[in-house]
Design a protein around this ligand. Structure first.
Ligand SMILES: *[C@@H]1O[C@H](CO)[C@@H](O)[C@H](O)[C@H]1NC(C)=O
Ligand SMILES: *[C@@H]1O[C@H](CO)[C@@H](O)[C@H](O)[C@H]1NC(C)=O
Ligand SMILES: *[C@@H]1O[C@H](CO)[C@@H](O)[C@H](O)[C@H]1NC(C)=O
Ligand SMILES: *[C@@H]1O[C@H](CO)[C@@H](O)[C@H](O)[C@H]1NC(C)=O
Ligand SMILES: *[C@@H]1O[C@H](CO)[C@@H](O)[C@H](O)[C@H]1NC(C)=O
Ligand SMILES: *[C@@H]1O[C@H](CO)[C@@H](O)[C@H](O)[C@H]1NC(C)=O
Ligand SMILES: *[C@@H]1O[C@H](CO)[C@@H](O)[C@H](O)[C@H]1NC(C)=O
Ligand SMILES: *[C@@H]1O[C@H](CO)[C@@H](O)[C@H](O)[C@H]1NC(C)=O
Ligand SMILES: *[C@@H]1O[C@H](CO)[C@@H](O)[C@H](O)[C@H]1NC(C)=O
Ligand SMILES: *[C@@H]1O[C@H](CO)[C@@H](O)[C@H](O)[C@H]1NC(C)=O
Ligand SMILES: *[C@@H]1O[C@H](CO)[C@@H](O)[C@H](O)[C@H]1NC(C)=O
Ligand SMILES: *[C@@H]1O[C@H](CO)[C@@H](O)[C@H](O)[C@H]1NC(C)=O
Length: 642
């Protein structure tokens, strides 16, 4: 099994398939109870009953931020004052006394900039490209606060959101304790102790475990969850597999829940930004994701949605309890441990539904397509191709709430409504965000230059803001995708919504940071599940270069322009004239309303800095990769249900 890798040829799919079939047989005959004794003193992956708190957990409507968030944000924003002051001072906005300005605004929460960072989806590509950007923004990264650099933005931020591949990055940083990107991988390709071992795919498991141990552990855990009376789906498998790469190479951190972050002293005291993970609701009995689907967010205190018709939040720690009509009734126990961190990020990245819709269009061999469709149809009928949460909104406002009759809350990959950048939580007016650094690692473009972003995610968010139901989430105007390419808005940082007076409702400035080649062709396929350490480091480094515009070598005023972006809404609120440096930055980076929607020439960008390293890549036929990816999970799934 150790030699089993995804083979990128069509016939390879059969080999992978056969390999898994044999592995499955080997495992099914294994005594699956052997591992359980190890976890006698810990709860492990399965949710468990706890004493209900007093008052008992209840659903709240989404008219405002939670009480917990309100008091936490006050602490956090106080802590960002120093970091913002430092950042804008280092940014060297010439001709402007930033210290003097900060003295004037720091005491007032309206004028103190409220900064957010959003990490898009896009599989491992998004994780690595996003990691490069976060490393650039993190003052703990070596040399990140030297001239030309952008370090300290992370320390200045109040919110950090992640979706799908971006949620893996955010989760990995926070679990089991808060770390920097530099701590999560080693630049030394020979180091075997780094967490991000992407040269071993989730299919193979970590180098430290035999395949039998790896799958044995995962299947036991899922069986335990079922034995405890909970429904499981492919997402449970997916989340457990991810956990070995993201949290802990030895056991995948089965005990780690998102809500337990609330007990971390650094988090409690507001030393780090608030992490938020995004997913989408799949309406009961509905396969298609509509443009107005409810966007769910999971933060350390709550899971829920700001969107109608549910528009409510439940305590994350007690999700898994049988809520009914907005409370956990007296005759029901309270449950904890459902919000396993791997399950949370697995939920945000449960792409399977999409694959189901596309599998017939792939050019995988007929036998495989037939097998996959057959199996997926089966699980699809049971609603198992999504992530099943115990629905805390059961019988909650049944007169309006479309999921009130369902015991199950079905959540799918956060990018399935095309809003692949997790902006939605940050656009909620209650949160009063001033500027969002939107790191986009989407795969929007087609060959010859495939897997680069072209603004599709921003377009989706803008269009949603124009819907009747989108009124609550104001968003600045953005042009169509052709314009993005024709004007190069997707190949360099671009600001949207620069002129606050052109907005009908207050909305944040969007600093769009699209993935593009600076030093490496970082546009690997979303379904590339393995990346050797050299390529991993190159993609992370490319992401770093994108975020810093090659250490300020492409524009030596880029750090100043980031500083201006941070301060712009504050300038507007205090009616301060923009410094000349900022006016010049805005002339360079703001989209000014021009469009050019003619069909662009094929997009095939070349590295902006120099063609370091050969850009020659493995030919990846994504269809067979998707096919074999699904085969794996179906095979393992079969085992769990034996
Ligand atoms: C990074 O920022 C934090 C918070 O603003 C500060 O406490 C710390 O000293 C900074 N570290 C470095 C290396 O600059
Ligand atoms: C700050 O900006 C001024 C004017 O653009 C420039 O001369 C100076 O070298 C910059 N300082 C740093 C540390 O980048
Ligand atoms: C940091 O900067 C120093 C001085 O410029 C340089 O010698 C060193 O190689 C840099 N470190 C990294 C990791 O880039
Ligand atoms: C499991 O799913 C079925 C529907 O498929 C539902 O009726 C049942 O209530 C669910 N059980 C739990 C514990 O969520
Ligand atoms: C979402 O769109 C569908 C179809 O356009 C419509 O039937 C439904 O009422 C909309 N839902 C909301 C909450 O606006
Ligand atoms: C919740 O309700 C389901 C029935 O849908 C039941 O099987 C399960 O035991 C209940 N959970 C708890 C913790 O009482
Ligand atoms: C990445 O983009 C380049 C052009 O920018 C293209 O030549 C290459 O084929 C793309 N790679 C993949 C894996 O699509
Ligand atoms: C790592 O992967 C890249 C891209 O597939 C390949 O070009 C390179 O040769 C690999 N390096 C090693 C050391 O295997
Ligand atoms: C930017 O600086 C980092 C070290 O801080 C270095 O590794 C990277 O290669 C530099 N980027 C460019 C484009 O020179
Ligand atoms: C905070 O700043 C806003 C905008 O300038 C102003 O309207 C408000 O009165 C200020 N609040 C305090 C307490 O000074
Ligand atoms: C707006 O931007 C376009 C290019 O993006 C440029 O050609 C045009 O001159 C700009 N218009 C104004 C009024 O600055
Ligand atoms: C200003 O607002 C209008 C109306 O929403 C919009 O069409 C236009 O593109 C906006 N201009 C800019 C530069 O954002």
């Amino acid at each position: 099994m150790a030699g089993l890798v995804l083979d990128r040829t069509k016939s390879g799919v059969y080999r992978v398939f056969a390999g898994f079939f044999l592995a499955a047989l080997a495992f099914a005959s294994k005594n699956t109870t052997s591992n359980r004794a190890l976890r006698q003193d810990a709860y492990g992956y399965a949710p468990f009953e706890v004493d209900c708190p007093n008052p008992r957990p209840a659903i709240r409507n989404s008219m405002s931020m939670s009480r917990e968030e309100t008091s936490w944000v006050e602490k956090r924003r106080n802590n960002t004052v120093w970091a913002i002051r430092n950042f804008v001072s280092r940014a060297n906005i010439s001709g402007f006394d930033t210290d003097n300005y900060m003295d004037k605004i720091a005491e007032n929460s309206t004028t103190l900039p409220n900064i957010a960072i959003a990490m898009s989806g896009g599989g491992w590509r998004a994780l690595m490209n996003g990691a490069g950007a976060l490393a650039a923004y993190d003052n703990r990264t070596t040399n990140s606060t030297s001239p030309g650099q952008a370090g300290g933005l992370l320390q200045a931020a109040t919110y950090l959101t992640g979706l799908s591949g971006g949620s893996w990055l955010v989760g990995s940083l926070y679990v089991p304790q808060l770390r920097s990107v530099e701590q999560l991988y080693r630049m030394d390709p020979n180091a075997s102790d780094s967490l991000w071992q992407f040269d071993h795919s989730i299919i193979q498991g970590p180098v430290t475990l035999s395949t039998t141990e790896y799958y044995g552990t995962i299947t036991d855990e899922i069986q335990n969850k079922e034995n405890a009376g909970f429904n499981t789906t492919i997402t449970d498998l997916w989340g457990r597999g991810l956990s070995f790469q993201l949290f802990n190479t030895k056991d995948g951190g089965p005990n780690y829940t998102f809500s337990s972050l609330g007990q971390n002293p650094d988090f409690q005291s507001g030393q780090v930004p608030l992490p938020i993970i995004v997913a989408i609701e799949r309406t009961p009995n509905q396969l298609l994701i509509l443009a107005n689907s409810s966007v769910y967010e999971i933060n350390p205190w709550e899971i829920g949605t700001f969107d109608s018709p549910t528009a409510a939040f439940a305590s994350l720690q007690f999700v898994g309890s049988n809520f009914s009509g907005g409370v956990v009734p007296d005759n029901q126990s309270c449950v904890s441990g459902f919000d396993n961190m791997g399950f949370v990020v697995g939920t945000s990245s449960s792409l399977f539904n999409q694959a189901y819709l596309q599998v017939n269009k792939t050019n995988a061999p007929a036998r495989v397509v037939e097998y996959v469709s057959g199996k997926l149809e089966q699980v699809g009928n049971q609603n198992s191709d999504v992530s099943d949460w115990v629905n805390p909104f059961y019988r909650f406002h049944p007169e309006v709430n479309t999921n009130a009759n369902s015991r199950i809350l079905s959540l799918v990959d956060g990018g399935e409504d095309l809003q692949n950048i997790p902006l939605h939580p940050l656009l909620q007016t209650a949160r009063k965000v001033d500027v969002i650094f939107a790191v986009d690692s989407s795969a929007d473009t087609a060959a010859p230059g495939a897997n680069w972003p072209n603004g599709t995610s921003l377009v989706a968010t803008y269009q949603r803001s124009l819907l009747e139901s989108g009124r609550q989430v104001p968003f600045p105007a953005v042009p169509d995708q052709n314009t993005f390419i024709n004007l190069g808005l997707n190949s360099r940082p671009t600001f949207f919504g620069c002129d606050a007076s052109n907005l009908t409702q207050p909305a944040p400035l969007i600093v769009y940071i699209p993935n593009s080649p600076y030093t490496y062709h970082s546009n690997i396929s979303t379904f590339q599940m393995e990346t050797n350490d050299t390529e991993r480091n190159s993609i992370i480094q490319n992401g770093y270069n994108v975020a810093t515009m090659a250490n300020g070598t492409i524009d030596k005023e880029w750090p100043a322009c980031i500083g201006c972006a941070i301060l712009t809404r504050s300038f507007w609120k205090t009616q301060t004239e923009m410094p000349t440096t900022c006016q010049n930055c805005f002339a360079r980076y703001c989209w000014n309303g021009t469009t050019n929607s003619t069909a662009p020439t094929p997009y095939a960008p070349t590295p902006a800095v120099k063609a370091s390293g050969s850009a020659k890549r493995r030919a990846i036929a994504s269809a067979p990769v998707v096919g074999s990816f699904l085969c794996l999970f179906i095979m393992v799934w079969g085992i769990v249900n034996i």
